[in-house]
Write a protein that binds this ligand. Structure first.
Ligand code: 4NP
Length: 150
């Protein structure tokens, strides 16, 4: 069982989209039993809140099944329990490094690390470009699935 946590600032836009898209890919490959997939925030801003309506609308448009979700902040337990923690941008990684208990830093990766390029999943919070978020995640998530399935 591979335990994967997707992380962004608020856990209502990018990381829930990543969770639902990755869960869909895993399901399509018949690998549900091999993965424990969740998403969390670095901040406290959106704890208890549902995903952004723009994120849900884009996922529906792309035929990605919607999973019940409310914003939650990553905890010490989550760092220790996870196998892989995937952040969306550089600030996420900086914040995660500060929060990470000793010995868990190696679990932290940027989403685009899997393509060996320095790029970020841009924050759609201000411009509502959830279509761009989908396209960016759609580039990297199949590669993460391949990497984590080996
Ligand atoms: P996310 O987007 O990190 O992709 O979930 C944001 C959500 C909330 C805020 C910023 C970004 N906020 O400032 O509350």
């Amino acid at each position: 069982m591979v335990k994967v946590i997707f992380v962004c600032l608020g856990n209502i836009c990018r990381s829930p989209m990543a969770e639902m898209m990755f869960s869909n890919l895993v399901h399509q490959q018949g690998l549900d039993a091999n993965f424990d997939i969740s998403s969390m925030s670095t901040s406290t801003y959106e704890i208890g809140n549902p995903p952004h309506p723009g994120a849900i609308a884009e996922l529906k448009k792309q035929h990605v099944p919607i999973i019940e979700h409310v914003g939650k902040q990553i905890t010490t337990y989550d760092f220790e329990n996870a196998d892989v923690i995937i952040g969306m941008d550089d600030q996420n990684i900086e914040d995660l490094k500060e929060m990470a208990p000793v010995g868990t830093e190696d679990k932290l990766h940027l989403a685009y690390d899997v393509m060996s390029v320095h790029k970020v999943i841009k924050d759609p919070w201000y411009d509502h470009r959830f279509d761009r978020t989908f396209q960016e995640l759609n580039e990297v998530l199949p590669l993460w699935l391949k990497k984590l399935s080996n």
